[in-house]
Design a protein around this ligand. Structure first.
Ligand SMILES: [Zn+2]
Length: 275
């Protein structure tokens, strides 16, 4: 037990790999949707801003989980049935593997995707995952992928037609499923090409939903989740972790989330407490 480190989450001993959602501030964005905003509530004489004479602050927040920041989503993202991530995510502490991946130029790759590549596209390939030791499947239920380069501009980047982020090849997603990963966490806004004619082929492969279908099958991976728009700081090294995937309790297909990685040899008991 001597080698164990006592974790005090209040001091941040875990590694928070979410992007703080700064309402009205710098934030990531996909598809050029409205930015996440907060507005002080007003009702008659009441105002939810102490600076304007209110007794306390209470604000209305508007945001789009899929586009404005770190979020976790479930198969309900693509089904007519309104399946919620709150129901799907049953794991609290998850064995996880963090890998860094250098996306490949589409022109240099022999792998495939559901719509034609554009020459400038960058791909997260099966080959790059194999090279990064992500095939150590038995050691992880969650795969956390950090794309390189990893500059902090990811925390406020706007993705769209002029900034297509790297996306997974079909072979890469099949590889992740075949290696038994139930949860996939990525620092891009989608595991599919941002403009893919609406096919969401990688999402369907990941959850085992038929191409073009909006219904789950008996063997769909309904307890699996995808978390997008994370940011993994440089000092967090590749390897094995415990993942605490915290979500807001939204009964919705996607919800803001806060994934935290803990070293595998850490003692999670509160300091001073013995069992
Ligand atoms: Zn999403």
């Amino acid at each position: 037990m001597d080698r164990l480190t006592t974790v005090d989450t209040r001091s941040g001993a875990g590694y928070d790999i979410s992007i703080p959602l700064r309402f009205n501030g710098v934030q990531p964005n996909a598809y050029g949707v409205s930015t996440a905003a907060s507005t002080a509530c007003e009702a008659g004489d009441l105002v939810g801003d102490t600076r304007r004479g209110g007794s306390c602050n209470f604000e209305q927040y508007t945001f789009i989980p899929h586009c404005n920041g770190t979020h976790t989503e479930c198969v309900g993202h693509i089904t007519h049935d309104r399946i919620s991530v709150l129901d799907c995510l049953q794991d609290v502490f998850i064995r996880a593997l963090l890998v860094s991946v250098e996306p490949e130029r589409a022109a240099d790759s022999s792998e495939s995707y559901s719509v034609p590549f554009e020459s400038d596209d960058l791909l997260i390939t099966k080959r790059s995952l194999e090279n990064s030791a992500a095939s150590g499947s038995a050691d992880g239920q969650a795969l956390v992928i950090r794309t390189l380069p990893n500059d902090e501009s990811k925390k406020g980047r706007s993705y769209g037609e002029d900034m297509i982020p790297p996306y997974f090849t079909s072979e890469a997603i099949q590889f992740i499923v075949q290696n038994g990963f139930s949860h996939l966490l990525v620092d891009v806004p989608s595991i599919d090409r941002l403009f893919d004619e609406g096919k969401l082929s990688n999402h369907r492969t990941f959850w085992n939903v038929e191409s073009g279908s909006n219904a789950v099958k008996s063997d769909s991976r309904i307890t699996s989740t995808v978390t997008e728009l994370i940011y993994v700081p440089h000092h967090v090294t590749d390897g094995k972790y415990w993942l605490n995937l915290q979500i807001a309790p939204f009964a919705a297909d996607a919800t803001p989330s806060r994934p935290i990685l803990f070293p595998v040899d850490v003692d999670l008991r509160p300091e001073g407490r013995t069992i």
